[in-house]
Design a protein around this ligand. Structure first.
Ligand code: PEP
Ligand code: MN
Length: 337
């Protein structure tokens, strides 16, 4: 349930509603917007009628939330959440571009790619050190060595870094190196991992599972928020359908649907969403037109020899052109890059 306070509600009135919520055994979640305060009632509040709260002074209305997700819901938090990382704001007016290799392979490969994506206008460097690969015989990532190289690139180029964390045991380690922790599609419902990243104060980008609904994605995010970490962004990276012409089917609908249902920033991954470098720029443009707050794109200087995801990696020149095109689309929909 959410309790919407009147425009002129006093802090005493708000406090008395919160006290009542807690006395009934629920948790109260306050969202102070520019105009008014909205109080979320967390817990199984089904036995309590909204009218109970409407009797309190300062309350405009109380409404039951039909969605199972609460802290992630726009009903609880009507304004867009902005995740701030070292001067980069994600979820604000400007569209953010994250780019870099699928995997960190060597120092030279990472530094060259990082410098190229920065030149092209990327704000955040991506690179996998712990890689969730379908086959145990494929390259599994450099692990700690990869994290160290990411740190080096981060310091040299003054760019925040995003990298994947695959298990709850690694959260503390990866958090020492990364500015944003990525939870991959295959781990979207790894509840121990969601719990662990919920307990640290580091931004998290949660990718949609390839067989997950939008509601399941929001419920996974709810785990992170309910453990205390509200700096979460969501990522549409394509889902599995009957179509075989592309690696995944990028669900463009998910972007406006998520923007309606949740206040969390929404990032689009046209690389995994298509699996083919030729399709990355068109889908990046479409995603920004549809309202994405950011893009995450795989870039490699020599895709033919990449240790992972070469077929969907853009060469730096092509990435530069993509950013230019996306910039024009962003301007057309009232945003900037
Ligand atoms: C990745 O970002 O390289 C990755 C493995 O993505 P996903 O989890 O979406 O497959
Ligand atoms: Mn990849």
């Amino acid at each position: 349930m959410v309790i919407v306070m009147k425009l002129n509600a006093t802090s005493e009135e708000i406090a008395s509603v919160v006290e009542n919520i807690e006395s009934l055994g629920f948790k109260a979640h306050l969202s102070r917007g520019e105009e008014r305060t909205v109080i979320g009632v967390i817990g199984d509040e089904r036995p309590v009628e909204p009218e109970h709260f409407e009797a309190f002074a300062g309350v405009e209305r109380a409404v039951r939330i039909l969605h199972p997700f609460k802290l992630t819901s726009r009903d609880f938090h009507p304004e867009d959440s902005v995740v701030k990382i070292n001067g980069v704001s994600i979820g604000a007016q400007s569209v953010i571009v994250m780019a870099g290799p699928c995997s960190v392979e060597t120092r030279e490969q990472l530094m060259m790619t990082a410098a190229a994506v920065k030149d092209a206008g990327a704000h955040i460097l991506r690179g996998g050190a712990f890689k969730p690969r379908t086959s145990p015989y494929s390259f599994q990532g450099l692990g700690l060595k990869g994290l160290e190289l990411l740190r080096e690139a981060r310091e040299q180029l003054k760019m925040p870094v995003i990298t994947e964390v695959m298990s709850s045991q690694d959260v503390t380690l990866v958090a020492q190196y990364a500015d944003i922790l990525q939870i991959g599609a295959r781990n979207m419902q790894n509840f121990a991992l969601l719990h662990a990243v919920g307990e640290i104060q580091k931004p998290v980008m949660l990718k949609r599972g390839m067989m997950s609904t939008i509601e399941e994605l929001l419920m996974a995010a709810e785990y992170i928020l309910s453990h205390g970490n509200a700096r979460v962004m969501l990522c549409e990276r394509g889902i599995r359908t009957f179509e075989t012409a592309t690696r995944n089917t990028f669900d463009i609908n998910a972007i406006p649907v998520l923007k309606t249902l949740t206040h969390l920033p929404v990032i689009a991954d046209p690389s995994h969403g298509t699996g083919k470098w030729e399709l990355v720029a068109p889908i990046a443009r479409a995603a920004v037109a549809a309202g994405a707050d950011g893009l995450i794109v795989e870039v490699h200087c020599d895709p033919a020899h990449a240790l992972s995801d070469g077929a969907q990696s853009l060469k730096p020149e092509k990435f530069t052109r993509m950013v230019e095109q996306v910039r024009r689309v962003a301007e057309a929909v009232g945003r900037t890059i």
